[in-house]
Design a protein around this ligand. Structure first.
Ligand code: HXC
Length: 284
């Protein structure tokens, strides 16, 4: 049974707002990033998703392509964001086959649950390299294309269509600290910081750079890893002010907002999409 569009996207968006645009997504085969990509494809974009696992990346790309008749979705497996050369090649292939890179989602992340004393220095370094170095490499591989896109698509837009935008998928762990996630919290703090610097350096070229910080999103690998047993979603959501865990649609809608003309003056920001969960830590 195919998952209906309403699970990926609310019905407030107009079809075609990303028509003729291309989104390049690292970590695009994961649950959150594939949903963000799918939402963009529903609304007219073509997409290129990057991942380490060839089979998984290609099969998720083929699945996302079913979202819209005529959509082109390229899956490039065997690409590790820690390796700048493989990313540069992926970006070039995306431009060659799909014509441009108008939007980037830097979503590739490494995660496992481990206490500080149960983490080797190589374990810490591995997560830092995937998240931080990988984000830096993604920025470098795609910024020239984003600048070109921003120049083709002035911001604010004259025709409702936009380009030259990058966003990163971060987290809220580093705001207050998080047990068993010291490595990830450190990495995500750095991702937020890279985004701010990109906004300042490339804002004058028309590029926007923002972060989405999801809270716990039901059905993701991250939620499964953080919980020791199967979660009772209703029971465990009681401490969240909005009264529920997040959904992939919450993150997809936030993505569409930031990439759409409605988000054209939002730059260098972090959009927390967590039902006020992190603000309520210790109160529940
Ligand atoms: C302690 C661990 C560990 C664990 C790995 N390591 N898993 N240490 N507890 N559970 C250590 C290893 O022992 C090794 O150190 C070092 O990390 C590198 O491990 P490798 O397996 O060689 O690295 P690599 O093959 O590059 O794999 C990277 C990975 C892996 C991060 C370890 O989990 C991965 O590929 N993840 C990608 C997918 C992913 O994590 N997605 C989740 C995103 S969700 P030593 O000292 O032994 O050499 C997300 C949202 C947050 O980010 C949700 C919260 C959970």
């Amino acid at each position: 049974m195919p998952i209906p569009r309403s699970e990926y996207l609310s019905n407030v968006w107009r079809d075609g707002i990303f028509e003729g645009r291309v989104v390049f997504v690292t970590g695009g085969a994961g649950t959150i990033c594939s949903a963000q990509t799918r939402a963009m494809v529903y609304l007219g974009a073509d997409a290129c998703i990057i991942g380490r696992n060839v089979e998984k990346t290609e099969s998720v790309a083929a699945d996302i392509a079913t979202a819209r008749k005529g959509a082109k979705v390229l899956g490039i497996g065997g690409c590790d964001v820690r390796d700048p050369e493989s990313l540069n090649k992926a970006a070039e292939r995306c431009v060659k086959e799909l014509g441009a890179i108008d939007f980037v989602i830097a979503g590739a992340a490494g995660n496992f649950v481990a206490p500080i004393m149960g983490l080797s220095s190589n374990g810490f370094k591995t997560v830092m390299e995937i998240d931080v170095l990988g984000t830096y490499n993604t920025v470098k591989a795609t910024i020239p294309h984003l600048i070109e896109s921003a120049q083709r698509n002035p911001n604010p837009s004259t025709d409702g269509l936009t380009g030259g935008r990058i966003l990163y998928v971060s987290a809220t762990f580093h705001y207050a600290g998080m047990p068993m996630q010291a490595h990830v919290a450190a990495a995500k703090a750095s991702v937020d910081s890279i985004s701010s610097s990109v906004a300042l350096e490339f804002g004058p070229y028309g590029v926007t750079s923002n972060v989405i910080a999801p809270g716990g999103i039901a059905g993701t690998e991250g939620m499964e890893r953080l919980s020791s047993s199967k979660l009772d979603l209703k029971e465990t959501a009681k401490h969240i002010p909005s009264g529920r865990w997040g959904t992939i649609r919450d993150i997809a809608d936030a993505t569409v907002y930031l990439f759409s003309d409605a988000g054209n003056y939002v730059n260098g920001n972090v959009l927390v999409v967590d039902g006020a969960d992190w603000r309520n830590k210790g109160m529940g």
